[in-house]
Design a protein around this ligand. Structure first.
Ligand SMILES: Nc1ncnc2c1ncn2[C@@H]1O[C@H](COP(=O)(O)OP(=O)(O)OP(=O)(O)O)[C@@H](O)[C@H]1O
Ligand SMILES: [Mg+2]
Length: 389
């Protein structure tokens, strides 16, 4: 981190002590990094390949057990790497002990020392490192200012709210001025509302500090809202790493398509027909290339993905697309989600459709829906990979 990137942090005293003045770039590289736990039959993390730029906020996301924490712990040096390598900047850290990696980790359970004050908790790592008292105090006070914890410095953790404790845990990481922050589900102990405000604070703070950050969550909304880029893992295998926008607009396979987005993308198997796919009474155009790829895979059907906001909706008298029976309506004011059932491609299917806030249909009524041309995601039935542009 250079001097300029830390300037906005300086309080009036100007003593945030950017003393370390890192000269190396703190990019992070997972180079086919693999972790096989003793006795396991398959890798928990399998040839993970990601390059994280200096200053980037990368979010690792995926369902429980997909290998997120294992990946982070390999980077922290808390877990052996069985094959491949991990680099921070130009340094190969694959076999370095955690203390030599210049990282700071924030865990889900903040693990604050209950008998120490907030200030002592925040300064503890520096004390262990032999930093002198006045320097520790200065760093702690600056971090407290950034985190809005100044008035709590003399309290014990038990006298703090969950969100405040979480900030103390952040403070403990910040005072160390590491090259890389690692965070493993740091918000999961907070209630829903606090989680939303704290995630904004963390993302904002990371941007101001400019410290390369790898952040783990199982929550795709958190991933999309916080990350510069998002890496989706499943069963130890990287599925896609991309910006939130691209992840949403161009999911690489069926898994990512279903995982990213809330409510989830509708994934519907439909027959291929001349120039497109047959969606009930309508034919929705699909690119020639996509159809050729499907044919080359020997498929007569494809799975189309339609986001809830990408249907054209008409009333019961319409003949377009498929008829949907409205089962449940979620009204959100500005818009609403219709949870319905339909029959498409010879199968009964649940379907979610977003409608305008003033166009909410009655429960039990019938709608006709057809995917908007150009908004269709097409996946191979046999390979599950994206085949549309
Ligand atoms: N110490 C261990 N010994 C053996 N297997 C382990 C160990 N730790 C994790 N695993 C296995 O490795 C896989 C990945 O675990 P990991 O903790 O990385 O998942 P995760 O993505 O962090 O999940 P969660 O969202 O539940 O925290 C799981 O199948 C898990 O059972
Ligand atoms: Mg985990």
């Amino acid at each position: 981190m250079d001097q300029t990137s830390i300037l906005p942090l300086l309080g009036s005293s100007g003593t945030f002590l950017p003393v370390k003045g890192h000269t190396t770039m703190a990019s992070v590289t997972f180079d086919k990094a693999t972790r096989i736990y003793p006795g396991a039959t398959k890798p928990s993390v399998n040839q993970l390949d990601i390059e994280i730029a200096d200053g980037e906020f990368l979010v690792l996301v995926g369902p429980s057990g997909c290998g997120k924490s294992t990946s982070l712990r390999m980077l922290a040096g808390l877990e052996d790497v069985n094959a491949g390598a991990i680099r921070i900047g130009d340094r190969d850290v694959t076999h370095l002990p955690p203390k030599d990696r210049d990282i700071a980790m924030v865990f889900q359970n903040y693990a604050l020392y209950p008998h120490m004050t907030v200030a002592d908790n925040m300064g503890f790592a520096l004390k262990i490192a032999g930093v002198n008292k006045s320097e520790i105090r200065a760093k702690v006070e600056e971090a407290a200012k950034i985190l809005d914890l100044t008035e709590y410095l003399d309290r014990k953790p038990k006298a703090l709210s969950g969100g405040q404790r979480q900030r103390v845990a952040m403070g403990r990481a910040i005072v160390r001025e590491p090259q890389v922050f690692l965070m493993d589900e740091p918000l999961s102990n907070l209630d829903a509302k606090l989680r939303v405000s704290t995630r904004t604070q963390i993302a904002g703070l990371q941007r101001r500090l400019g410290i390369t950050t790898v952040y783990v969550t199982h929550d795709q909304t958190e991933a999309l809202t916080m990350g510069d880029r998002v890496a989706v893992l499943k069963d130890g295998l990287l599925q896609q790493v991309d910006t939130p926008r691209n992840m949403y607009d161009r999911p690489a396979n069926l898994f990512v398509a279903g995982f990213i987005g809330s409510p989830a993308m509708n994934l519907i198997e439909v027959p291929i027909t001349e120039g497109g796919v047959k969606f009930g009474n309508s034919i929705v155009p699909v690119s020639r290339d996509a159809l050729a790829t499907a044919a080359a895979n020997g498929d007569t059907t494809v799975v189309v993905g339609v986001r809830p906001e990408h249907f054209d909706v008409s009333g019961a008298t319409s003949k377009d697309g498929v008829a949907v029976t409205v089962n449940v309506v979620e009204e959100l004011g500005s818009d609403g989600f219709v949870y319905g059932s339909t029959r498409v491609g010879g199968e009964d299917k649940d379907i979610v459709i977003r409608v305008g806030g003033r166009e909410i249909p009655a429960k039990g009524s019938t709608l006709h829906v057809v995917p908007r041309a150009g908004e269709l995601h097409v996946f191979s039935k046999s390979t599950e990979q994206r085949i549309s542009e």
